[in-house]
Ligand binder design. Structure first.
Ligand code: NAP
Length: 406
């Protein structure tokens, strides 16, 4: 169903792109922060479906948003243009929610997507161009929409994993989304976090944990507010980097004996479905939810063996001692003291080391062990199917972030 049919009562003959352009907000600099008047667009487009406008929040409805049909539930998605966020928007739209996707005018890795590309990718959602890094602008953008928000879903993440950017996005921008959502009535926050925050050694993990703690605190203070924190294991994109190399007859490179780390990879559609479940399912409320894909956990050695078999090649592994990474990190840590500008380079080294040695499974801090059985599974897409697809079609759509680490 297109947005225009259920959101504003616009006839199905209206051009989707024209309609979406109407829903798209001008660049934040064009927003008039002091304007107290709602825009014409606000009055004519959104009011027919609005369950309650911001002003009606003074007397909030007695019933929960969970009692409403999905078409009347306004879900604000931040990080909507990311690898997972894009699928989350699609899944929520398919389930009939009223989705407001917040994004930048230049989105995607290194801002490669234009406004028009973004509108096409987020087909079915109401696209709101804004700036999640600036609370005032974000709030103004939501105010201009003239709707209340029921649920915020955050798939925000630093695109680089650098130290400052992690704090700016994984903590500050995510916090802005919580605050802005709450200002407009949001009663539930679904956070896409990561399973690796259980053992935090990296800045982005510390930033995520700080936000998680504040989110939990918010729900403890306000009993009408709830959260679901989703901590997935590895994504397919993070495991597909060697598929085309193996196909071309190159060896598969792994650290140690190839058994240092294991994960239960989950596909983008399966994870998006799990996240969408969090919007309404009462048993997912006020919980931290570690989640992996179907099947047992796989080590890099097992992933490599699977890949050689699928590619019809003789197994050929290169085993790199993990100590090499420790040496590089040691050198970078020393250099940072002299050249602070190398801070991010040192952090990327640590991120690489972390993923080479730590499993993406539920961790028991007492036994200091990761558990395959203790990591819940969800969905149906397997890594084997993914490898088969990449062998046939390549890695399009599975590009890693700006530093090509994750
Ligand atoms: N890779 C893995 O295996 C793995 C495993 C478990 C958990 N995770 C976690 O999953 C989460 C999402 O990952 P992902 O791969 O979907 O992320 P992603 O593709 O890098 O997407 C990040 C999203 O955040 C937005 N964003 C980043 N910087 C921004 C800024 N300055 N202003 C506005 N928006 C900004 C991006 O918008 P633009 O498109 O405008 O840049 C994009 O929508 C991360 O927290 C990650 O730690 C990853």
């Amino acid at each position: 169903m297109s947005t225009s049919t259920f959101f504003c009562g616009i006839t199905p003959n209206s051009s989707t792109s024209t309609f979406k352009n109407l829903l798209s907000f001008p660049h934040p600099t064009k927003i008039q922060p002091n304007s107290s008047k709602p825009s014409v667009f606000h009055q004519t487009r959104f009011n027919p479906v609005t369950a309650s406008t911001p002003t009606s929040l003074e007397s909030p409805p007695k019933s929960s948003f969970r009692d409403k049909p999905p078409k009347d539930i306004n879900v604000l998605v931040v990080g909507s243009t990311g690898y997972i966020g894009n699928f989350v928007v699609k899944e929520l739209v398919n389930r009939g929610f009223n989705v407001i996707a917040v994004c930048r005018e230049k989105s995607g890795i290194r801002g490669k997507n234009s406004k028009e590309d973004t509108l096409n990718k987020l087909n079915g959602a109401n696209v709101c161009f804004s700036d999640v890094t600036q609370l005032e602008i974000l709030e103004k953008s939501i105010e201009n929409l003239g709707v209340s928000i029921d649920v915020v879903v955050s798939c925000l993440a630093s695109r680089s994993g650098g130290v400052k950017d992690s704090w700016k996005i994984d903590y500050e921008a995510t916090k802005n989304s919580l605050l802005a959502g709450k200002s407009f009535g949001s009663k539930h926050f679904v956070l896409l976090s990561a399973i690796c925050v259980q053992k935090p050694l990296l800045e982005f993990q510390r930033a995520k944990l700080k936000f998680e703690a504040e989110l939990v605190e918010e729900a403890e203070k306000d009993e009408s507010f709830s959260y679901s924190i989703v901590r997935p294991t590895a994504f397919f994109k993070s495991l597909g980097g060697q598929v085309e190399l193996v196909k071309d007859g190159k060896p598969y490179v792994m650290f140690g004996d190839g058994k240092l780390c294991a994960c239960k990879p989950i596909s983008e559609p399966d994870l998006a479905s799990f996240i969408a479940d969090c919007v309404l399912k009462p048993d997912m409320v006020n919980k931290i939810l570690p989640i992996g894909g179907p099947g047992k956990a796989l080590t890099p050695l097992e992933q490599g063996e699977m890949l050689f078999k699928l590619a019809g090649k003789k197994p050929n592994f290169i085993k790199v001692p993990i100590e090499i990474m420790d040496f590089v990190i040691g050198v970078l840590d020393f250099l940072v003291k002299v050249f602070p500008s190398l801070e991010d380079a040192a952090e990327f080294g640590k991120i690489g080391r972390y993923y080479a040695a730590e499993s993406m499974l539920v961790y028991d801090p007492e036994t200091k062990e990761y558990s395959d059985e203790g990591t819940p599974s969800y969905g149906k897409d397997t890594l084997e199917d993914f490898f088969r697809k990449v062998l046939e079609e390549g890695m399009a759509g599975q590009e890693l972030g700006e530093q090509t680490i994750f």
